[in-house]
Write a protein that binds this ligand. Structure first.
Ligand code: 13P
Ligand code: ZN
Length: 308
């Protein structure tokens, strides 16, 4: 081919095209290299530690219990490409206020004792869309699994707690033995149940001044128990599921764990003394003093009015 027949503009365009593609690929690689390993993320480490701790406390036999942790988009973007969706999973319910929110959630049928050894199989990171009806899986459930069967109660509770406290990030469910036992032998009236727990340890009214709410036995894993739990979450961060377990909500994993831990300790004392003659207790007057000391307002009508 003679020099005059060569179209230098075509060559220039092709070179530009190649340069653009190389630039794009380089930028992609740099972005990927900049991204950190998600298993080193503070939120992931905290989730794994909490699940392990819950198992060690005996609250999560077999696959019992589930946790959902809301994580900010900027935090997740440090670890992954948010446009890469592994698969979409229908949720089966509506949660319109949660679209675009990200949750790290334990998998259904997964054992808390195994979370620390295989986080990518036992946990999943999802983004909510379609008014709550679809979860986009961004990481985890690596064996083809999916989120906990209790996702309705979790997401509906997140929505309810966020209305009360925009800082809420955690919903946690588990089966602590003494709280569960208490639901067989104690009146399930919320005021009566709360007052007994408050009377069992001095710190109880300080940790949960709003008390605990109680649901009767209901079929778990359903939207109905999700709606009922979320309704109860409007007035308290602890909701007892009779003959099943407890739900807790809080601004972080530590706070939520601590709430359940405190209620469970109180239930333990109750189960130790319920069959014995009661000689002493924490009086309502003493509880008012605690409220003053810690500047708290107890659930209205749960303490006898103060003596003048
Ligand atoms: P999942 O295994 O689906 O999380 O269920 C466990 C449980 O505790 C049901 O209430
Ligand atoms: Zn359960």
């Amino acid at each position: 081919m003679a020099l005059k027949d060569i179209n230098f503009n075509d060559i220039k365009d092709a070179a530009k095209d190649v340069a653009e593609k190389v630039g794009e690929a380089t930028r992609d690689t740099v972005e990927k290299l900049k991204r950190k390993d998600i298993l080193t993320a503070p939120f992931m480490i905290e989730m794994i530690r909490t699940a392990t701790n819950m198992y060690d406390h005996g609250w999560d036999e077999r696959n019992g219990g589930n946790i959902s942790l809301m994580v900010d988009e900027e935090e997740i973007a440090k670890y992954m490409d948010l446009t890469e969706v592994i698969r979409e999973i229908p949720t089966g319910f509506d949660a319109p206020t949660l679209d675009g929110k990200y949750f790290l959630v334990t998998g259904t049928g997964k054992y808390f004792k195994n979370v620390q050894y295989a986080p990518e199989v036992n946990l999943g990171l999802i983004r909510i869309k379609d008014s709550g009806r679809t979860a986009e899986l961004l990481w985890g459930y690596a064996d083809g699994g999916k989120f906990t069967s209790e996702l309705p109660a979790h997401l509906m509770s997140h929505a309810a707690r966020l209305e009360v406290n925009p800082e809420n990030r955690v919903v946690m469910h588990c089966h602590p033995g003494n709280l569960l036992a208490m639901t067989y032998v104690h009146d399930l009236d919320e005021k009566a149940f709360t007052r007994t727990l408050w009377q069992m340890c001095t710190e109880c009214i300080v940790v949960f001044p709003e008390g605990v709410n109680v649901l009767p036995w209901m079929l778990c894993g359903t939207n109905e128990i999700g709606v009922a739990t979320a309704e109860k979450m409007k007035t308290a961060r602890l909701v007892v599921w009779s003959q099943h377990g407890i739900y807790g909500a809080g601004k972080d994993l530590d706070e939520t764990f601590g709430l359940i831990e405190t209620a469970e300790k109180a239930a333990e004392i109750y189960m130790k003394i319920a069959h014995l003659p009661l000689l002493n207790t924490i009086t309502d007057e003493a509880m008012w003093l605690l409220c003053d000391r810690f500047e708290l307002t107890p659930r209205e009508g749960y303490l006898a009015p103060r003596q003048a």
